[in-house]
Design a protein around this ligand. Structure first.
Ligand code: SF4
Length: 341
């Protein structure tokens, strides 16, 4: 699949079971692909993992990236096993002879290498030079490794520069994007789980994508890879980088709202879930902003009071009636525009 050069931004995630547990990896990968994941990465910590990769590559529904640290021979093994790309970390694969052997093998196989910088495994010399794992230190690590590969005639490169710190990460990606044209794989690392972790990824990855920076993304969460894929896909949808399906626009409600909007919204969300239609649906609580938002959506409802609501489509009012009946009509009118997945 094409990465960079104007191709759609893709979502990547990692399988989280031992790579030697081939059936489990494939089961996770199939579920991730169904959820919208484009690329799966698998950790290859040893020879047994590299051996397992051969079967995984053959049976995976999506491209497979081998994640290699420390031992360049594992990179060579996985390239021989047919992986679609290899991620290496110059913070723990330092010898030029080893890096060059990997670059030569990737060149012969026609696959890209991702130079994946992590703030937690940066070269000591750079930590000393910059006084820590700063954005500049990460950018220098990535770019100096890329320049080595260039000197050896290898340019099929992607870069990533991940830290747990959103601002450092964003600054590092901006610095590298200004210095080279290589495709960038975006992510904030070691975020943990829950709301804060999700927000870190959404803010960091979202800021960069809004700048036009980034070709693949990975949301890192200390939970299921399906959670990572769900958040990654949502980020792309909300930024208009992937068809968004049904997008609900709903007011937060306030003291003017005379209906149980939260409940009506839950009904609409549930009944439209899985609908295959790129459409914006507004559900608004009162006449202050309701008719305006409903007119701007493809189709929308604006409540007036418990007794009434009005429906709007393509900027025009087309029906009014009791609130519950109008909600039912809204759902059936939207459903006519698509089909359930
Ligand atoms: Fe409040 Fe009406 Fe605005 Fe909803 S649309 S937040 S009910 S003023």
């Amino acid at each position: 699949m094409q990465i960079g050069g104007g191709a759609p931004v893709s979502v990547q995630s990692m399988s989280k079971c031992p790579t030697t547990d081939i059936e489990h990896v494939l089961e996770q990968t199939r579920a991730m692909a169904l959820a919208g994941c484009d690329i799966v990465r698998v950790a290859v910590p040893d020879e047994a993992g590299a051996h397992a990769v051969k079967t995984i590559v053959k049976e995976s529904p999506i491209p497979v990236v081998a994640d290699i640290h420390f031992d360049y021979r594992l990179a060579l093994d996985t390239i021989a096993a047919g992986v679609d790309a290899v991620r290496i970390n110059p913070g723990n694969m330092k010898r030029d002879a080893h890096l060059r052997a990997v670059a030569d093998a990737a060149l012969a196989a026609g696959i890209p290498l991702r130079i994946g910088i992590n703030s937690g495994s940066l070269e000591r010399s750079l930590l000393k030079k910059y006084g820590g794992a700063t954005a500049d230190a990460m950018a220098e690590s990535a770019l100096s490794c890329a320049r080595k590969f260039e000197r050896w005639g290898f340019t099929n490169i992607k870069l990533s520069l991940k830290s747990h710190d959103v601002q450092e990460t964003v600054a590092a990606y901006r610095a590298v994007a200004a210095a080279c044209d290589y495709p960038l794989h975006l992510g904030i690392t070691a975020t943990g789980s829950g709301l804060e972790a999700t927000l870190k990824s959404a803010i960091g990855i979202g800021s960069l994508l809004l700048d036009g920076i980034g070709d693949t993304i990975r949301v890192s969460l200390s939970s299921s890879p399906l959670d990572e894929v769900e958040v990654g896909v949502a980020i792309l949808k909300l930024l208009g980088l992937r068809p968004h399906g049904v997008e609900l626009v709903a007011c937060p409600t306030c003291g003017r709202c005379k209906v149980d909007l939260v409940n009506y919204l839950a009904t609409v969300r549930e009944q439209l879930s899985g609908l295959d239609a790129d459409i914006t649906v507004a559900v608004m609580g009162c006449v202050v902003n309701g008719p305006g938002e409903a007119r701007q959506a493809d189709i929308g409802i604006a409540f007036s009071d418990e007794a009434g609501a009005s429906l709007f489509r393509n900027g025009k009012h087309y029906a009014s009636g009791p609130a519950r009946r109008m909600v039912e009509r809204l759902v059936s009118d939207v459903c006519r525009r698509g089909h359930k997945a």
